[in-house]
Ligand binder design. Structure first.
Ligand code: ADP
Length: 606
């Protein structure tokens, strides 16, 4: 029976300090509960020392005010109102009454007054707390002074001994009450600290799992891009053969459409791959020396064809004093330029596109390369400009519905420019056109001025003209190793006019068999193959005496376009690297670079 009573009290107390409550509310509950118990003890004490019925009733009123505050705070759920009630009724009415009936300053009362004023800080919030507190100080000081001037108002204790006992009781009770409050405070603090520690641990774990998920996503995208590249390789390769060999206008038209669509698809895959690389922090700036001329020339040539196809006018403006040789990540700068130029052509229906390249000096000895692309196209609305560099955001989507896009190009461009410590701006008016400007710091490697390009830019024959093989090598023998048969066919067809003898292998072991069985002038070796991959095949070959003697060039032919892949292949011992989908001209150039010169004849030589 006693056990269940104790349990009920325990449960009630647990309820009053349950965790859902705010700390201040829990503290108030503790103070009120402990206070009520203390007041009951006071009644017993007063009964023993015989202070009379006045005090008894005041203490009863105090208990009632405590219980009402508990009720307000917990049943009515109004802890603030409870705090104010307690502060006003107890501190302003009951405590002064108690002061006069309990021996005034000579008893334990001054200590109880102090405790009452202190509690205001703990249980009342905001400005009522300040007001009640100030009221307490004024009132309690006044009580002491009233006693000084009118000692008759205070009913003294029965005798000095009782005064001393009352004093001792006040010390014991107050120290106990404060002790319990401090203990409770530090208990809560410790509890919160532990909870924070656990949360932090959970967050770290969550972070790790998010990172793993992000990595898995990037990995998936890289894989997908790899898988998609393989069939596109076949599409582009076969299509190139149609373009080379057909003379039927209709068929050529179909093949041109296939070419354009497959390149769009390819650039989409590249964008997604780039985006995932940037997101996972894998995109790095790889600076090297480069010629500003080739950057300008290639960008201009690419733009020239597209602009011409769309019936637009192209202006090229450049500073003839541009330093001719710079140091920076040419590949990424080209990518930025390509994205801006592609957009300019895409979003301009008539008028012109102006491609401008300029520079200015910087304090740190480098230069700012300033590239701007201006068009007279559709322009971008103010609202569209706000999120223009956000990923997957397309501005003015309704208006541009007829134009294909993912909203990734500018996001990637911005990220690339940021990576190169540069800046990108856009200035656009809806219906009038846009100007994108990129400023990228670059080191100067040769400050010899670029000079005029007018002769140089037009002397190169533009691409898109009829194919003509760059060389012939009928006595050369190469081995193409790929587990996908259509890739053999693509390489064979692309190299058909060079008359090179082409042998094929479907797997690593077959490659090794053929390699040991005869002589090849060059090997094109796929990386991702089941059972034995390209790197393992190469390692086995490299261990052989034959390889040490013949030093056959081995070129990685792969759909792995992930950043850093090139380095990985060169480190593994490959002589070079070619990404699928293979372009006819790239393939020819690479083979030409590695074939023994005595086997090579020029394309027109009979
Ligand atoms: P998208 O694949 O949609 O072209 P981008 O990230 O390259 O994606 O561009 C984001 C949006 O910015 C485009 O959808 C287009 O609305 C707008 N935009 C970009 N360049 C131009 C431009 N030169 N003229 C007008 N609008 C442009």
């Amino acid at each position: 029976m006693r056990g269940s009573m104790l349990n009920k009290i325990k449960d009630a107390f647990k309820y009053l300090i349950r965790e859902e409550l705010e700390i201040q509310h829990r503290l108030m509950n503790i103070i009120l509960t402990v206070g009520t118990v203390a007041l009951f003890v006071c009644i017993i004490f007063d009964f023993i020392v015989g202070t009379g019925t006045r005090t008894f009733w005041i203490i009863i009123l105090l208990i009632v005010s405590f219980l009402m505050s508990l009720y307000l705070a917990n049943i009515k759920n109004k802890p603030n109102a409870a705090g104010i009630l307690l502060g006003v009724v107890t501190n302003f009415i009951l405590m002064p009454l108690l002061f006069f009936s309990e021996g005034g300053k000579e008893s334990g009362m001054p200590m109880w007054l102090m405790l009452a004023a202190l509690f205001v800080w703990l249980i009342v919030r905001g400005w009522p707390c300040i007001l009640i507190y100030i009221g307490d100080i004024i009132l309690y000081s006044s009580l002491i002074m009233i006693e000084y001037y009118n000692p008759g108002l205070v009913i003294p204790m029965a005798n000095r001994r009782i005064e001393y006992i009352d004093y001792c009781f006040a010390i014991t009770a107050i120290v106990l009450i404060l002790g319990i409050i401090f203990k409770f405070q530090s208990h809560i603090y410790e509890q919160k600290r532990k909870q924070l520690e656990e949360k932090e641990k959970e967050l770290t774990e969550l972070n790790a799992s998010l990172e793993a998920a992000n990595e898995a996503k990037s990995d998936f995208l890289a894989r997908m891009s790899h898988e998609i590249r393989t069939p596109i390789n076949a599409v582009i390769g076969m299509d190139e053969m149609i373009l080379r060999e057909s003379s039927d206008r209709n068929i050529l038209d179909y093949a041109n459409n296939i070419e354009s669509a497959s390149h769009t698809l390819l650039s989409l895959i590249n964008d997604i791959l780039d985006f995932s690389k940037i997101e996972s922090g894998l995109m790095k700036v790889l600076p090297d020396e480069y010629e500003i001329y080739s950057l300008l020339h290639d960008s201009y040539s690419m733009l020239k064809i597209r602009v011409r196809d769309k019936g637009l006018k192209l202006n090229l403006e450049y500073n003839v004093d541009l330093p001719s040789r710079l140091f920076g990540d040419e590949l990424r700068i080209r990518q930025v330029i390509t994205n801006l130029l592609t957009n300019a052509v895409k979003y301009t229906d008539e008028g012109s596109i102006t491609f401008r390249v300029d520079f200015r000096g910087r304090d740190d000895g480098r230069i700012d390369l300033i590239i701007s692309v201006k068009d007279t196209g559709r322009g971008i609305s103010e609202q569209g400009l706000e999120s223009i560099f956000d990923s997957f955001q397309r501005a003015d989507e309704k208006k541009n519905r007829n134009i294909e896009g993912t909203g990734l190009g500018l996001a990637i461009t911005k990220q690339l420019v940021d990576l190169m410590e540069g800046e990108i701006y856009v200035d656009s008016t809806l219906g009038e056109g846009s100007e994108f400007t990129v400023v990228i710091p670059q080191e100067v490697r040769s400050d010899e001025p670029l000079g005029s390009l007018s002769d140089r830019l037009n002397d190169k024959k533009s691409t898109g003209e009829n194919y003509r093989e760059s060389f012939r090598a009928p006595d050369a023998r190469i081995l193409v190793v790929d587990d996908v048969a259509v890739n053999h066919k693509v390489v064979k067809l692309l190299l058909k006019k060079t008359e090179i003898q082409i042998d094929t292998a479907d797997s690593g072991p077959e490659c090794l068999d053929k390699y040991y069985g005869s002589h090849y002038d060059l090997i094109l070796l796929d990386h991702m193959m089941p059972d034995m991959d390209g790197i393992e095949v190469l390692n086995r070959m490299m261990e052989s005496e034959k390889y040490k003697e013949e030093k056959t060039p081995v070129i990685a032919l792969t759909a792995n376009a992930v950043l850093g892949a090139e380095k990985e292949y060169l480190n593994a011992g490959f002589d070079d690297y070619l990404t699928k989908p293979v372009q006819g001209a790239d393939l020819e150039n690479l083979i030409l670079k590695y074939l023994p010169p005595e086997l090579v004849r020029s394309g027109s030589e009979m």
